[in-house]
Write a protein that binds this ligand. Structure first.
Ligand code: CA
Length: 235
């Protein structure tokens, strides 16, 4: 279940990389916590509601492979991406064999990391939950269908993705830039008004006639999705 931002635990001993990740992933709407050694990382993963782990292989004390084994023993379903310092085929193979979901070689670009995180969390969503609800709106994430009350609403794949993103971040200001990066991934022009256009499409489809819109425009800032009747729940 997601209430608010997805939480990413970074287990990495290089402060410059940790800072870059905190800043970059924060700008994409993720909440980032970090540990600079494996023992603290394992402890945090056990005590905090962590959704994704980014795990460096070369760590002081427990190395990434040992940390991976402990994390897997705690939680089978936790998406874990390994960070490898160089193009080390042996490390990559052993990371995947010991249960990492994916790996990325440093240095990497942020957009690629974000795309990998999305791909991993989509997979784990399918295991954890296939439905998302906010008030009278319900999404089936497997069949990609949407209902308001019992009435089916036809959405294009972009409209569906946009509504899913709003419903995963209820009551939060989402800037146009965040929405662009979340839904349109690489191929967007930051000056584009595509977000405003799609919000308009979505309002036309999901809002009840005469009722206030579920999506509030915050002038000069972005949009906020109103869960309307209580917190969204996943089932
Ligand atoms: Ca390291």
């Amino acid at each position: 279940m997601y209430i608010g931002a997805m939480r990413i635990l970074v287990i990495e001993d290089e402060p410059a990389i940790v800072r870059t990740l905190e800043r970059g992933l924060g700008a994409h709407g993720y909440t980032v916590m970090s540990a600079d050694n494996g023992e603290d990382g394992v402890r945090l993963a056990a005590s905090e509601p962590v959704d994704v782990v980014l795990l460096d292989i070369a760590l002081p004390g427990l190395d990434g492979h040992q940390v991976l084994a402990r994390l897997r023993a705690q939680r089978q379903d936790l998406p874990i991406l390994m960070l490898t310092a160089r193009d080390d085929v042996q490390n990559k193979v052993s990371a995947l064999e010991s249960g990492a979901d994916d790996y990325l070689t440093k240095p990497f670009i942020l957009e690629e990391l974000v795309a990998r995180i999305r791909a991993m969390t989509r997979r784990s969503d399918q295991v954890r939950s296939s439905a998302l609800e906010a008030g009278d709106i319900k999404l089936d994430l497997l069949s990609r269908r949407c209902w308001r009350d019992e009435t089916s609403i036809e959405l294009s794949s972009r409209e569906f993705a946009l509504l899913e993103y709003f419903m995963r971040n209820p009551g939060r200001l989402l800037t146009r830039q965040q929405i662009l990066s979340a839904i349109w991934e690489y191929d967007f022009d930051p000056e584009s008004n595509v977000v405003d256009v799609y919000v308009r499409y979505l309002r036309r489809k999901i809002d009840k006639e005469g009722a206030p819109s579920r999506i509030t425009t915050l002038r000069g800032m972005g949009y906020r999705f109103d869960p309307a009747t209580g917190e969204p729940t996943t089932s």
